[in-house]
Design a protein around this ligand. Structure first.
Ligand SMILES: CC(C)(COP(=O)(O)OP(=O)(O)OC[C@H]1O[C@@H](n2cnc3c(N)ncnc32)[C@H](O)[C@@H]1OP(=O)(O)O)[C@@H](O)C(=O)NCCC(=O)NCCS
Length: 162
């Protein structure tokens, strides 16, 4: 399995993987192309000879009052169904932390997404880094039938340079 930042040519395959995997809001193809074009350093794809096996789309939060500085926000992570449960999700998160060296990682997860909750909890536990979980968006924040989302905040990560 090879890990690398995405290029624009990956945008369509990332959209397809998210769509095929289920469990995630499928954003427009344009959104994934923008991520590949403009934020590829904070994204990663895993591929083997058959194509994409997993993706993470993330970006750095702008520093602003009330926001912890130096935070990598994971917008979406998806592993192809046939590659799940083998540590690929955790390995992709570890790759992103190594390559970006943020102090904090954040993501949001619904209560029913047990796989994702287990992924981020296990990632924090393995790295011996603190995890806090707080309610974030309630269901009535959404204009459609969407569960509320909890904010998962992991960190601070020790400096990778120490
Ligand atoms: C969530 C997802 C990315 C996990 O990826 P993965 O590669 O299968 O996860 P890993 O193999 O690295 O497992 C990480 C941990 O989660 C646990 N886990 C994985 N799938 C699980 C499941 N379905 N139920 C419960 N725990 C699960 C693993 O046992 C492991 O736990 P451990 O650290 O205690 O050993 C994958 O299931 C997926 O793509 N789901 C659909 C998209 C999605 O929901 N994305 C997240 C949105 S917030």
């Amino acid at each position: 399995m090879r890990f690398r930042p995405p290029v624009v040519a990956d945008g369509g395959a990332i959209w397809s993987l998210v769509k095929r995997g289920g469990g995630l809001d499928v954003n427009s193809p344009y959104a994934y192309l923008m991520a590949c074009q403009n934020w590829s350093d904070t994204c990663v794809v895993a591929e083997d000879d058959d194509g994409l096996a997993g993706i993470v789309v993330g970006y750095r939060l702008a520093d602003r009052p009330g926001t912890l500085p130096d935070t990598l926000f994971v917008w979406q992570i998806a592993i192809a169904p046939e590659h799940r449960g083998r540590g690929l999700g955790k390995a992709l998160l570890a790759w992103l932390i190594r390559s970006n060296e943020p102090a904090w990682l954040e993501t949001t997860i619904t209560s029913s997404n047990l796989a994702s909750r287990a992924l981020f909890s296990g990632f924090a536990r393995d790295g011996k880094v603190k995890l806090s979980i707080t309610p974030w968006l309630s269901a009535d924040s959404f204009p459609d039938q969407h569960e509320g989302e909890d904010l998962f905040r992991i960190g601070p990560f020790p400096s990778q340079k120490e």
